[in-house]
Design a protein. Structure first.
Lengths: 277, 297
């Protein structure tokens, strides 16, 4: 049975592909323009106007890969994003298990409180975070940003994992205990493989939200741990913006997302809905 | 959900999360509360100010204006993104290679760092080097979002539609593919029109994901900071200064800690209220859905 045919009439379904195609074209044009600009020289950007680079050049990318202040930005971003993902998923796993399997004192309040942190405006936390991490001497370290991003990523991971874990029938736990598995052994050997896709999705979303966040990351770093996104902002305010390098740096930030998105394409909606689709 | 065993030992599992989030949420929040009730003449000397800052913020035109701007912005983008997202999701292919292609390409804007999104549109809208600005200039329209508040709004809304409509599409799509084929067959036998299929089968089945989409979009647009900050910096004048931008300006730009802290708390309370609505909706629907499905089958 063809769902697409059933969904629409025979006449309209022939042109149905037009809507998503136009939408994707709309999405791609600004990205194309960015990549287009990143492959031009600055003189060509400012003087001429063309839909594609006339003198194709990779100089802008060479600038980024040749200058430590630029490429260290990428390394910094990736370090704290990975740290954050590992911390968030590691602490969220047992908590999500508790929420999906047991009732306990204050469980609903706790779950709601976690959600409020996912929804907390980063602008509210920027200044207090700065003071908190200054007090511990953690400003300009990767771990400070990783911990700060836990504010919204841990609740997110708990919610997503709880959604996936609730989909696993509780009989599996009980059977494993009867078969003589201890809890750690059961969790590692039986339960984790069952929710492997959930762990992947939770990790992906932690990665993503830590990767795209700028306000907190910028507030907590000075030079040593400065994320790539903040380095880009710095060059905007400088006089005589180097548009080509700017565009190349922007284009490079799209790559990590584009790579990982392929692996979670079928679960991405579930992640955004906090595991509740 | 109701037949889960009651066991307070489960708290040990939740403890790491509790400690971690408490440190990164409660302690900073207490600093904010602390500032919100005190005044300072510098030199780290503080004295009690009571509710002075709260009354000041609540009575200030500046706060009210940014609140109104932010609500207007949220309303506009919801009115555009939700119908557009539904339309695209309905027209998406349901099987084959094109599904993956669509999903990956559509999700792409969601994974671009937010200030890069701002930068992309900053470049795209410029009349000298941007495709959009240049094309409009060729058509004889003076496009300068740094001068005209209307054009600044248009480009910010366009940017948000570009950035986030895919979220609505993905959620709606996942709701649509969950509809069993039998529903459509029944509709065909009844000779239901395209509109009736949408109204009585697809829309009710998408209800839950649609609610999630609306609430998420509303809350995230209510907290929007980076993209408009990079694109317009809150200008021209204050016409695109939303709540978060205003807050950061007060706190870090002017270092008015008292009013900024009071504003943070008011802002946070609004978000808390919205979260509660969100939570109630999500948990209630989560409970209803499986029961309904059992009755139907």
């Amino acid at each position: 049975m063809n769902t697409a045919q059933a969904g629409g009439g025979s006449r309209s379904s022939r042109f149905k592909w037009l809507v998503p195609t136009l939408y994707i074209v709309f999405l791609m044009i600004p990205i194309y323009w960015l990549i287009n600009m990143s492959l031009k020289t600055n003189t060509e950007i400012v003087t001429g106007f063309s839909l594609w680079p006339n003198n194709l050049t990779f100089d802008n990318y060479k600038v980024i890969f040749g200058d430590p202040t630029w490429y260290n930005g990428y390394i910094n971003s990736i370090i704290y994003v990975v740290m954050n993902t590992v911390i968030a998923v590691a602490v969220a796993l047992p908590a999500a298990y508790a929420f999906s399997r047991y009732r306990f004192l204050g469980d609903k309040h706790m779950f709601f409180w976690l959600l409020t942190n996912r929804m907390a405006p980063p602008a509210v936390f920027a200044l207090p975070f700065f003071q908190l991490y200054s007090a511990f001497g953690l400003i300009d370290t990767h771990i400070a940003v990783a911990l700060a991003h836990c504010l919204f990523n841990v609740p997110l991971a708990v919610w997503i994992l709880e959604g996936f874990m609730s989909g696993v029938p509780r009989e599996i736990d009980e059977t494993a205990y009867i078969d003589g598995y201890s809890f750690p052994k059961f969790f590692g050997k039986i339960f984790m493989p069952l929710i492997a896709s959930g762990i992947g999705v939770a990790a992906f979303f932690c990665f993503m939200f830590s990767w795209v966040e700028l306000l907190i990351a910028r507030t907590l770093t000075v030079t040593e741990a400065k994320p790539i996104a903040a380095i880009m902002t710095r060059t905007i305010s400088a006089t005589g913006v180097d548009w080509g390098v700017q565009a190349a740096a922007g284009a490079l930030t799209i790559i990590p997302g584009a790579l990982v998105i392929y692996f979670v394409r079928n679960y991405i909606a579930k992640g955004f809905a906090l595991g509740r689709v | 959900m109701n037949n889960k065993p009651f066991d307070n030992k489960a708290w040990f599992f939740v403890l790491p999360v509790f400690i971690l989030v408490a440190i990164s949420a409660v302690i900073p929040l207490m600093t904010v509360v602390n500032y919100s009730v005190q005044d300072s003449f510098g030199n780290n000397q503080f004295f009690w100010a009571g509710t002075e800052w709260f009354t000041e913020v609540l009575n200030s035109d500046r706060f009210r204006d940014s609140l109104v701007r932010n609500l207007t912005f949220s309303a506009i983008i919801l009115c555009i993104e939700i119908p557009l997202g539904i339309a695209v999701a309905l027209a998406m292919p349901r099987k084959g290679i094109w599904v993956s292609v669509c999903l990956v390409l559509m999700a792409l804007p969601l994974l671009i760092p937010w200030n890069v999104v701002g930068t992309i549109w900053l470049i795209f809208g410029r009349a000298d080097i941007g495709l959009l600005g240049f094309t409009l200039a060729k058509m004889g329209i003076v496009f300068n979002y740094g001068q005209s508040w209307l054009q600044a709004w248009i480009i910010i809304i366009l940017m948000d539609v570009w950035h986030w409509t895919s979220l609505v599409v993905l959620l709606c799509y996942s709701g649509l593919v969950a509809i069993p084929e039998a529903y459509y067959q029944a509709a065909r036998i009844d000779g239901a029109s395209r509109w009736k299929v949408f109204r009585y089968i697809q829309l009710p089945k998408m209800q839950r994901v649609l609610l999630i989409a609306i609430l998420l979009r509303f809350m995230d647009s209510f907290m929007i900071y980076t993209e408009p900050f990079v694109l317009t910096g809150g200008g021209p004048g204050n016409t695109t200064t939303f709540l978060s931008i205003d807050l950061v300006k007060t706190a870090i730009g002017q270092f008015d800690l008292g009013p900024a802290a009071a504003m943070s708390l008011i802002y946070f309370l609004i978000v808390l209220l919205l979260s509660w609505v969100f939570y109630t909706v999500m948990t209630n629907y989560g409970m209803d859905a499986p029961e309904k499905r059992e009755v139907e089958s």
